[in-house]
Design a protein around this ligand. Structure first.
Ligand code: GLU
Length: 418
């Protein structure tokens, strides 16, 4: 096993790689490789038994040249300052490649939420919202869900912010429940863009999605929705996994049934339509047409990449391939649709939610999904244009070429400020 890649260094090397194709000064590129600011805070809350416990938390505001900082908040034991910095950078280039008027941010709390009660998580979330209050706002920084957070946490943050500010400002956060100002289509949006991007890639490569085999690593919100939607497009989901292990059936299985099994038992493992139990690494190295990594960073490193047999990878997770893995896959002609485009549906529908909040008007699910499709198809076309124009081997570099140029243009057009 090679040493775990530092996600912040991965981000910086992705930027450096793209910068070689751009006519942008080194001084500007240097600026685009670092966050503008990072909040590091310690939250102390009361446990249900009366004891106090301290948690470390972060919020990185990477870049606001194109609009308010935007990005989720994750609850995970692996959260670190560098991870949050990297994720906030990826958000910057994600909002740029899909061309929505937002910047990039990300936050996190170092915690395994499974070990805490709902009341404890509410106290912790409200405590974080209190710390974040001076730096967030619908025109400043707009958080959203990420790993292990969802509507419940977003509703608490909105309520804490609005109570302390004595106002109603639903656009301060996205990913809320519908009755709290959420948008139709938001929950499905990340999985939806992952498969829309895959559909575009198959079309570009002249490959048939009908009957294509698919493996999905990670069966949380992004992974299982992607599995459900790709199945509806006529592909065959043959493997899926979660942190407890993987399932495999060469003839395919019903992805919705696998989710129901996970809801009932806590894992996809043991699902009746599975033929064989396999490991997470085996899911990632199956001989399939499409691989969807939908868990955490660094799922595929250099060693594992040598065994990857998929033709196309659509990254539902953020940063699932290390830069060294990217190099190996480029050498094997695997077409990798980068995270900043593939999973951008989440932030795109967050943007639609924010627009609806500001308009005090709700869109239908059909309108949300139609507009999302337009955004993803346009972004894919921009990627392909840069890919062909620069004669690139790597679609990720093409996405960064487009995205970095857009952020640099906004920065340079704004002029200088002492
Ligand atoms: N956490 C999601 C992401 O990584 C969504 C961010 C958002 O909606 O702002 O893209």
């Amino acid at each position: 096993m090679s040493e775990e890649a530092n996600p912040f260094e991965s981000l910086q090397s992705q930027i450096d790689e793209a910068a070689t194709y751009l006519d942008i000064g080194d001084d500007v590129i240097e600026r685009l490789k670092h966050p503008e600011r990072v909040l590091e805070t310690n939250l102390t809350i009361e446990r249900d038994d009366g004891d106090l416990e301290r948690f470390k938390a972060f919020r990185s505001q990477f870049n606001g040249d194109r609009g308010p900082y935007k990005g989720g908040i994750r609850y995970h034991p692996q959260v670190s300052r560098d991870e949050v910095k990297a994720l906030s950078g990826w958000m910057t280039y994600k909002t740029a490649i899909v061309d929505i008027p937002l910047g990039g941010g990300k936050g996190g709390i170092v915690i395994n939420p499974d070990d805490y009660s709902e009341a404890e998580l509410e106290r912790l979330t409200r405590s974080f919202a209190k710390e974040l209050r001076p730096m967030i706002g619908e025109d400043r920084d707009v958080p959203a869900p990420d790993v292990n957070t969802g509507q419940r946490e977003m509703n608490w943050i909105k309520d804490t912010y609005e109570t302390l500010e004595n106002t109603t400002e639903p656009g301060v956060i996205t990913g809320k429940a519908l009755d709290s100002g959420g948008s139709e289509g938001r929950v499905e949006a990340t999985g939806r863009s992952t498969v829309l991007a895959a559909r575009e890639a198959f079309d570009y490569l002249d490959k048939d999605l009908e009957g294509a085999t698919v493996a999905v690593q990670g069966y949380g919100n992004a992974g299982w929705i992607a599995a459900k939607l790709i199945d509806r497009m006529g592909a065959t989901v043959v493997a899926a996994s979660d942190s407890s292990g993987g399932i495999y059936n060469p003839d395919g299985f019903d992805p919705v049934g696998a989710k129901q099994h996970k809801n009932e038992t806590g894992s996809v493992v043991g699902y009746s339509e599975s033929e064989e139990e396999i490991t997470n690494d085996e899911v990632l190295t199956l001989d399939v047409d499409l691989l969807i990594p939908a868990a955490l960073e660094n799922a595929v490193d250099e060693d594992l990449a040598k065994d990857v047999k998929a033709d196309v990878i659509s990254e539902a997770a953020n940063g699932p391939l290390t830069p060294a893995a990217d190099d190996v896959l480029e050498g094997k002609d695997v077409f990798v649709i980068p995270d900043i485009l593939a999973n951008a549906g989440g932030v795109t529908v967050s943007y639609f939610e924010w627009v609806q909040n500001r308009q005090r008007f709700s869109w239908s699910e059909e309108r949300v999904n139609d507009e999302l499709e337009t955004v993803i198809v346009d972004a894919f076309d921009a990627l392909v244009e840069a890919y062909e124009e620069n004669d690139l081997e790597n679609p990720r570099t093409a996405a960064y070429v487009v995205a970095i140029q857009r952020v640099a243009d906004a920065f340079e057009e704004a002029g200088s400020w002492p």
